[in-house]
Design a binder for this molecule. Structure first.
Ligand code: MN
Length: 731
């Protein structure tokens, strides 16, 4: 990475020749340099140096990333449209469309930046959009920004702060996102030095004061580990690693950790040849130095979203210091330092056209383009802040990289589901999705995807109906808007049809139940339940039935349960039993005497239960529990009569009571039940046992005094192991 501020043309060309050898390309680069020199000849930087130094530095930086000849030429000419009144057409004529487009892209970003003040977020958004069009523009822009940050001293304090802030908020995250780590680190450190100069100074002084001690410890550790690797014959390169000032700042000043606790100050990196070597190195280091628990991370098996791979661990070093150790292959190291740049490194001979090159890179950023196109419809400035937050989130927060069965990488924001994946592939795929297979296993559509997952969608030609429920879990703006529009369209198209279908289904059920068709095909019986059923009106109800969102059965259940009879029963119960007659069975019947009274068999009421009488045809008064469904029908309302228990008459009286016991079957279970009841002196009248698989169901008729005794019996039975439910039976 370029550490010098000023680069000579000779140094620059030497670097270029190290990977570009085609004479024609070299000639074009030299021409571009001469042209830039002439065009900028009367211009000076704020520092007083000739302007050409700036563009040469930018181009040198790009050559260090081994970018293509066109990118380097664009780097040399990146300021000429803006500063030298050269037109895009002129550039196109001389250097081709590709170079002209790149320079124009950089110029656009620059112009937008100059109008930052008010509409910060909006400006940034436009910057991103222009970036999305060509990633090489971003890389040139990053180089430009890095050099400007290095020479920011010559600007006014106000401008310094503004540019530093923008760099920290926008450019450093972009560098991180693209995985260009050293640029990210330097941009952050430089920004911090302008934004928080005091803290910056404090940290650098702390680092400086511990420098000698630290270097000594690091050197010792490098030597010791190097020795171990030699013994094991593992090829490797070991380096000490400086911790970025910004990362220390965040820990010390934002997370309030003491400076002395920041382990990472002692850090080394072991770079080796193969993945296997990495794990071997890890094993050897853990074998010789005590690892710190919880500090090991395997980013080789689980790469970071920006493709970073490494093993991280922390161990106690030779002198008792804690060392952070990174272990990776040379290839991983290149990706870690150069990120996306490592992927689009220019290769001669394997000639990709600018278009192909661009396509490759754009594929990586496809999610981003799509994001821009989706939100383009609704971006007024009022929402720009929120938009910017979302955008920042979508770009910089961890993304996941999943694979199609054919091995194509698809990038999605983290938290994305197979449905997001489907819509990313194609709207048609999303709309016809019926299932998803992740890593060979059928999973729910709401499953969150992880980097490395292989995702295969199950689609159906007949089924073109994305479910509204998907909106609850999809992550991408694209999937959301596609589902919404499809659902909306479908609803509007079929509304009338569905209402008719609903009416038909309702009518069928009404006839089946022998209900009054005129009444039940109107809003009246349902209108107080529209809220409960989450429909707006009767048409809405029919629509829900017609679209299978509600069943008629369920609707009838709702209006049945919520109907009034229970409270009517309450009224009857509340009426004072003035002329109550005592009955031999211990039942008082309000205002009536000489009636035959019996306890109903269906719910077997016992003293303590709330009861109600039902005047049956020819069988006198039948006594039910008030919650017995057999008396809770409209038809029975008129025949209900208040009844009550006569406690005096009921002492020592025993009643039949049916109970059901559910249990996981085991040996001796029945005899344990019998002895529990025996201890309570409860006799069993009848017993029926059903065992299926491992579960047992006991149906007992017992003789019992009152509801209190039942409670006690239930409690005792529940103590018997394997029994999980005891309940009274209503037939
Ligand atoms: Mn510039």
């Amino acid at each position: 990475m370029v550490s010098k501020q000023i680069v000579s043309f000779e140094e620059f060309m030497e670097q270029v020749r190290s990977y570009i050898t085609v004479p024609e390309d070299l000639k074009r680069i030299e021409e571009a340099y001469e042209e830039a020199k002439t065009l900028h000849q009367n211009q000076k930087r704020k520092s007083g140096e000739p302007y050409i130094n700036h563009v040469l530095w930018v181009a040198f930086f790009l050559s260090e990333l081994e970018t293509s000849p066109n990118t380097i030429i664009a780097g040399l000419l990146h300021d000429v449209i803006e500063d030298c009144e050269v037109s895009k057409e002129d550039l196109a004529k001389q250097y081709g469309e590709d170079v002209a487009n790149l320079v124009e892209g950089v110029t656009k970003v620059k112009r937008l930046e100059q109008n930052v003040s008010e509409q910060l977020a909006e400006t940034h958004r436009k910057i991103y959009i222009s970036m999305a069009k060509d990633i090489r523009v971003i890389v040139i822009k990053l180089a430009d920004r890095l050099h400007n940050m290095r020479t920011l001293d010559y600007m006014s304090p106000e401008k310094q702060k503004r540019i530093a802030k923008e760099t920290l908020n926008v450019y450093a995250p972009i560098a991180h996102r693209l995985g260009i780590n050293d640029i990210k680190t330097e941009l952050e450190d430089l920004s911090l030095s302008y934004l928080c100069p005091d803290e910056y100074l404090e940290i650098t002084q702390m680092i400086e004061s511990s420098k000698l001690k630290r270097e000594e410890a690091v050197d010792l550790m490098i030597e010791a580990i190097g020795h171990l690797m030699k013994l094991e014959n593992i090829p490797c390169k070991i380096t000490g690693r400086a911790k970025s000032i910004y990362s220390i700042y965040k820990k010390v000043f934002e997370k309030h950790r003491p400076f002395s606790e920041i382990y990472d100050l002692y850090a080394i990196r072991v770079i080796t040849e193969t993945k296997l070597n990495c794990y071997e190195v890890l094993g050897i280091i853990h074998d010789h130095y005590r690892p710190i628990p919880g500090r090991f991370k395997d980013y080789i098996a689980m790469p970071k979203p920006n493709m970073y791979q490494s093993l991280h661990t922390a161990v106690v070093g030779e002198l008792g210091n804690i060392f952070e150790v990174q272990i990776r292959t040379f290839e991983m190291d290149a990706v870690a330092e150069r990120g996306i740049a490592a992927h689009f490194k220019y290769k001669e001979g394997k000639s990709l056209s600018p278009k192909q090159e661009q396509k490759q890179i754009e594929d990586k950023l496809q999610w981003f383009r799509e994001f821009v196109s989706v939100s383009g419809e609704q971006t007024d400035t009022s929402d720009s802040k929120e938009f910017f937050e979302t955008l920042k989130h979508d770009i910089f927060d961890a993304n996941v990289y999943v694979l199609t069965p054919a091995g194509k990488i698809v990038e999605l924001p983290s938290g994305s589901t197979p449905v997001d994946f489907a819509y990313r592939i194609h709207t048609e795929v999303g709309n016809s999705t019926v299932g998803a297979i992740v890593n060979g296993v059928m999973v729910p559509l709401s499953t969150q995807l992880h980097t490395g997952d292989v995702v295969e969608m199950k689609t159906s030609k007949k089924h073109q109906e994305p479910s509204e429920d998907w909106l609850k879990f999809v992550k991408t703006a694209n999937a959301k808007s596609k589902i919404r529009s499809s659902v909306q369209k479908r609803l509007n198209e079929n509304r009338e049809e569905r209402i008719e279908a609903g009416r038909h289904l309702l009518k069928e059920e009404i006839n089946k139940r022998g209900l009054d068709e005129k009444l039940y095909l109107s809003a009246k019986p349902y209108d107080t339940y529209f809220g409960v059923l989450t429909v707006k009106d009767f048409d809405g109800l029919l629509f829900s039935i017609g679209s299978k969102a509600l069943t008629v059965h369920h609707i009838f259940e709702v209006i049945q349960i919520e109907r009034k009879p229970v409270s009517e029963i309450d009224k009857i119960i509340d009426r004072k039993a003035t002329n109550a007659q005592m009955h031999p069975d211990g039942i008082n019947v309000e205002g009536l005497s000489g009636l035959k009274v019996s306890l109903s068999k269906c719910c077997s009421p016992i003293p303590g239960d709330d009861i109600i009488g039902y005047i049956s045809k020819g069988e006198g008064v039948k006594v039910h529990r008030v919650d017995c469904p057999n008396v809770n029908s409209e038809a029975s309302l008129k025949r209900l009569i208040s009844v009550s228990w006569d406690k005096r008459a009921l002492m020592n009286h025993q009643f039949e009571c049916e109970v059901m016991i559910l249990a996981d079957d085991r040996p001796m279970l029945l005899s344990d039940i019998a002895s529990t009841l025996g201890q309570m002196k409860i006799s069993i009248r009848n017993l029926d046992v059903k065992v299926k698989d491992a579960s047992a169901m006991f149906h007992l008729t017992v003789m019992i005094n009152n509801a209190e005794s039942i409670k006690l019996m239930t409690a005792n039975l529940m103590k018997v192991s394997n029994i999980y439910e005891v309940k009274r039976v209503i037939n």
